[in-house]
Design a protein around this ligand. Sequence first.
Ligand code: BV8
Ligand code: ZN
Length: 243
Amino acid sequence: MEQLVLDSRTRLLVLTGAGVSAESGVPTFRGMNGLWENHPVEAVASPEGFQADPALVWRFYSQRRTGAADVKPNPGHDALVRWEAHLGDRFLLATQNVDGLHARAGSQRVVDMHGNLFRTKCADCRREPFDDTSVHPSGTVPKCDSCGGRLRPDIVWFGEMLASADLERIGEFVSRKDGTRLVFLAAGTSGAVWPAAGLVDEVRTVGAETWLVNSESAANTERFQHFVQGLSGQVLPTLAKLV
Ligand code: BV8
Ligand code: ZN
């Protein structure tokens, strides 16, 4: 297998998707072939879906909270923690996953691009989002104790903008001029969801070296210089040479 060299001249941006959590037992979106209780995920994970039936949306996220509560990080998560320890501030992990497994594995330099399953915010006021593991399977909609409005998961739904602070943090890392060379590695993502799927194009404008680690060829495989087919939990632990 080709080796990814992580040395003192390297700046590494990693993008992870649902495939990185699959070996921990968290179902991927494609694995559910985009459906939940034969609703298209895009319909449930959307402001329109929440407007139409907030109880259904809370049932969906309650099931996901229950499913993700006691899963463990896998060797793919652990490899990323080692790479971060080796590279320090020349490492950044942008994840599309909302399961919190990167933090649980010990990753610190993480951008939760699509929010966090175990955080809740108010749909009707600007109170701070708060950590929350509560589940509401029986179709109740939890109420905000500041404004009495509807609480919702602190997740970026389809049709919603990603946090500008998150996008800026990634953009700064990509365009940093510190004499290091940028390497971009995407793992476990089908490259179907934007704007995350556009990151590979963004990094190529600054001449980055690009890698994709995925169990099957993804929608944007040909946009990567290196494609390593395999399970992230098996590939990531031996892919990088830490110099
Ligand atoms: C926005 C939270 C607009 C929800 C998520 C047409 C063109 C361009 C864009 C669009 C378009 N039509 C619609 C859009 C916009 C839309 C979009 O991209 N839609 C897609 C479906 C086409 N994007 C948005 O809405 C984004 N916002 O664009 O705002 C806007 C503009 C102006 C003003 C206002 C608004 C917001 C996107 C964020 C949505 N939220 N998550 C939740 O989780 O409940 S996305 C959600 O789905 C996940 O977070 C994840 O990101 C995504 C699924 O993608 P993957 O992570 O890649 O997972 P997937 O299962 O697809 O793939 C897994 C891969 O791993 C597979 O390839 C598999 O082979 C592989 N694999 C499996 N096991 C392993 C493995 N690989 C390695 N090892 C293994 N063991
Ligand atoms: Zn409120």
